[in-house]
Write a protein that binds this ligand. Structure first.
Ligand code: CO8
Length: 259
């Protein structure tokens, strides 16, 4: 894969969008490589957490590729938007938590990619925005839906209608990012967080992710039933027996088996 780097450190996988000369803009070729990397994680239950970041120090992802997009027909635009959305939805539905390590511009499709992740960590130089209406289009990789679900609707609408970018500190203030760290500390902080997640029972984490993501789309009665189901499924696992035995026997250094 030329446009996406993939590596694994212990139980943490790392996907790096690697097209720095175009600020990691998501041309179709980049999306294809991203899809391939996502498939690798989907098939790897030994990945307990995933980090997505961008190559270079300037940009996470500066959006969909405007040069490639500009002459598209209505049908081609629908295909491109559908393709990007399908990959981002697969990221959202991965079994493991996904951390976006946002190392610079996260504009348009870049902000949308970050929002398909579970957690966003930003470097101090990160910039977020949905500049699409300034280009004559709407967000097309999930921005109208995920931004309005993640932060207060009025603030999401203001960001999308004005096409104005916001800096990392503002993104934290409105709840778009979990934390802001110095650029040099971003990957170490993301790794620390990923390893903290990976130290817990992976099947329980996966059930928790499913309960949160799917429950948020349901009414509270159905959502609570979903929680009952995801909770009780954990009792099929060796890790549930082991985790509780460790508590009872005061064992501190646990190592779950993912079984
Ligand atoms: N697409 C293509 N090329 C890009 C993009 C992009 N989104 N962003 C940057 N580049 C390229 C530039 O053209 C330039 O290339 P070259 O060196 O060959 O001229 C190179 O990256 C460096 O960029 P700049 O010289 O512009 O760098 P600056 O530091 O001056 O500016 C900015 C950085 C502010 C990030 C600026 O590049 C910019 O505004 N980029 C565009 C940001 C944007 O509008 N993104 C949203 C795109 S639309 C979108 O994402 C919609 C998603 C849904 C699509 C579904 C549709 C069907």
């Amino acid at each position: 894969m030329e446009n996406v780097l993939f590596e694994k450190q212990g139980h943490v996988s790392i996907i790096t969008i690697n097209r720095p000369k175009a600020l990691n803009a998501l041309a179709t070729a980049v999306l294809k490589d991203l899809e391939e990397a996502v498939k690798t994680v989907e098939e790897d239950m030994d990945t307990y957490a995933l980090i997505i970041t961008g190559a270079g120090s300037k940009s996470f992802v500066a959006g969909a590729d405007i040069v490639e997009m500009k002459d598209k027909t209505v049908e081609e635009a629908a295909e491109y938007s559908g393709y990007g959305n399908s990959i981002f939805r697969r990221i959202e539905q991965l079994h493991c938590p996904v951390i976006a390590a946002v190392n610079g511009f996260a504009l348009g499709g870049g902000c949308e990619l970050a929002m398909s992740c579970d957690i966003r960590l930003a470097s101090e130089n990160a910039v977020f925005g949905q500049p699409e209406v300034g280009l004559g289009i709407t967000p097309g990789f999930g921005g109208t839906q995920r931004l309005a679900r993640l932060i207060p609707t009025g603030i999401a609408k203001e960001m999308i209608y004005t096409a104005r970018n916001i800096k990392a500190d503002k993104a934290k203030e409105i709840g778009l990012v979990n934390d802001v760290v110095a650029s040099d500390d971003l990957m170490a902080t993301a790794m620390k967080l990923a390893n903290r997640i990976a130290a817990n029972a992976p099947i329980a984490v996966a059930h928790a992710k499913k309960a949160i993501n799917e429950g948020l789309q349901q009414n509270i009665d159905d959502a609570v039933k979903l929680e009952v189901s995801e909770f009780s499924e954990c009792f099929k696992t060796e890790d549930q027996k082991y985790g509780m035995e460790c508590f009872v026997n005061r064992v501190k250094d646990k190592e779950f088996k993912n079984k």
